[in-house]
Design a protein around this ligand. Structure first.
Ligand code: NAD
Length: 478
């Protein structure tokens, strides 16, 4: 039984942090206070309580939320999380981050977030399905979901299976909807999903770190060489985002994963941990501890303090606080999770010269690929269906002409590489890489050219300006 009246709780540290980041950046813009207030405030929140039958037949009254932070663009977009920490403040803070995130990576959505106050690790599959279907029904009843209204996605404690139940429930309840599957993203591939969505956030984290580490002067300032090759990385949380961040950093970036934390504690090995093998061990034994060749660490917090070049918090908010910020030894903190660093910790880390790649940019890979999935669901055709074969024929003709001219034939493997038309996953990954690279350099250029204090302030500044300009173009504000 879990009941808690969130009205009695003080404003959460996380919402305060997002609000302060906003205020700090808003002061740099020259927009009037009324317009900034509109950009900052949460447009609507739906707080619900509904009954769900437990496996033994008894009833649990579940507390859940959906916050739509900004309707300057619709639909609104944002994940649904299952966690005991869920509160109204938390979903509002996360929804606000979504608005700014979308603006930063040029995805035309307003921000939203959903939350269900439940422990995702302690519920049965049956209870989980009944809960997701009931939550979706509540959202439909109040017009808080739909392809042109508000489009959820996975977040902490949820994944493809939950998204499939949402799509199915929505399509049963809403008749005459031409695009019912565009009501949610992060669906399984077999149910109108898109290849690459599962790994998108973690892959985007890798692309973002790679881009940040390509700038020699920034890396020199913190005593690192450019590139991820050989860099020592610590990961907090081996769920969707943490696992994929670690995997791509290791496999594509040549980084050495020296420590991993999960909720029960952590493991470390200065010679490197095989991410795939650790993930298998975690699934097989139910704990990250006792991985062959690694040292056990008692608590997840201690893992954050390991000696490393890059620390990737990929679990929950408020993990690096004023209490432990002085002991963080990483030179780069790459915020894969939302809000892992509190305001006071942010100040301490920056004073100590730590380079922070902010969440509001770094974990935007998920919503970017969700945008591609939504477009695919609206058009009812996969990317490349109309062009892939045509490109292949064109390449084949071009290659034949070149071979004829040069009197040279290529090896079969070389031919295949040049001729084969792109698959849907190639479009997704190349567009994701381009988005992460372009957005980083846009933030960095403004940071340098305007002399702003850091990447986070600059990212917020650019996002606020973009949303404010949308309102200005509507003529609502003078
Ligand atoms: P997830 O549920 O798949 O994984 C989270 C993991 O963290 C779990 O394995 C959990 O056991 C672990 N964990 C919980 N508490 C921990 C602790 N104290 N120390 C170490 N590990 C701990 O969730 P996810 O989807 O990977 O989301 C992680 C973070 O990334 C969240 O902040 C979420 O908002 C953010 N995010 C997720 C996405 C996405 O596409 N899933 C997109 C953007 C941002």
């Amino acid at each position: 039984m879990q009941s808690l009246d969130t009205r009695l709780l003080p404003r959460s540290q996380f919402l305060t942090a997002v609000s302060q980041y906003f205020d700090h950046a808003a002061r740099i813009t020259d927009h009037p206070p009324g317009l900034l207030e509109q950009v900052k405030c949460c447009n609507s929140v739906y707080r619900m309580r509904f009954p769900v039958k437990r496996d033994d037949g008894s009833i649990e009254v579940v507390e859940a939320y959906r916050a739509e932070h900004s309707h300057h663009r619709t639909p609104t977009k944002g994940g649904i999380r299952f966690s005991l920490n869920v509160s109204q403040d938390e979903v509002i803070a996360l929804a606000a981050l979504m608005t700014y995130k979308c603006a930063i990576v040029g995805v035309p959505f307003g921000g939203a977030k959903g939350g269900v106050r439940i422990d995702p690790h302690s519920i049965s599959d049956g209870f989980r399905e009944r809960l997701v279907r009931r939550y979706t029904t509540e959202l439909v009843k109040k017009n808080f979901i739909g392809p042109s209204i508000d489009v959820p996605a996975p977040d902490y404690g949820t994944g493809e299976r939950e998204m499939a139940w949402i799509a199915d429930t929505y399509s049963m309840l809403v008749q005459n909807e031409l695009h019912p599957y565009a009501c949610v993203t992060g669906k399984p591939l077999s149910l109108h999903g898109i290849p690459g969505r599962r790994e998108a956030t973690g892959l985007g984290v890798y692309y973002g770190i790679r881009e940040a580490m390509s700038h020699a002067d920034d890396m020199e300032a913190i005593g690192l060489s450019t590139g991820t090759q050989g860099k020592r990385v610590v990961i907090q949380g081996l769920g969707n985002v943490g696992y994929h961040s670690a995997k791509f950093l290791q496999e594509q970036g040549g980084a050495v994963i020296v420590g991993i934390a999960e909720k029960e504690g952590g493991i470390a090995n200065p010679d490197g941990l095989d991410v795939e093998a650790v993930s298998r061990h975690l699934k097989g034994t139910g704990s990250i501890h006792n991985f062959p060749g690694a040292d056990n660490i008692a608590t997840p917090r201690e893992v954050l303090e390991l000696d490393c070049d890059i620390l990737v918090p990929a679990a929950l908010e408020n993990q690096i606080t004023a209490d432990n910020a002085e002991r963080i030894r990483a030179k780069i903190v790459a915020e894969a999770a939302n809000g892992p660093v509190t305001n006071d910790a942010d100040e301490i880390l920056r004073r100590r010269g730590v380079f922070i790649i902010p969440d509001v940019y770094l974990n935007a890979g998920g919503v970017t690929v969700s945008y591609f999935e939504w477009l695919k669901n609206l058009s009812h055709v996969s990317f490349g269906r109309m062009s892939s074969k045509h490109e292949e024929v064109t390449n084949r003709n071009l290659l034949a002409a070149i071979e004829k001219l040069t009197l040279r034939s290529l090896e079969p493997a070389e031919r295949r590489l040049i001729i084969t038309g792109p698959q849907e996953i190639d479009y997704v990954f190349s567009s994701l890489a381009d988005t992460m690279s372009y957005s980083y350099n846009r933030i960095r250029d403004s940071w340098k050219s305007k002399g702003l204090p850091d990447l986070r302030t600059t990212a917020f500044y650019l996002a606020i300006d973009r949303v404010a300009r949308t309102y200005l173009s509507l003529g609502i504000f003078p």
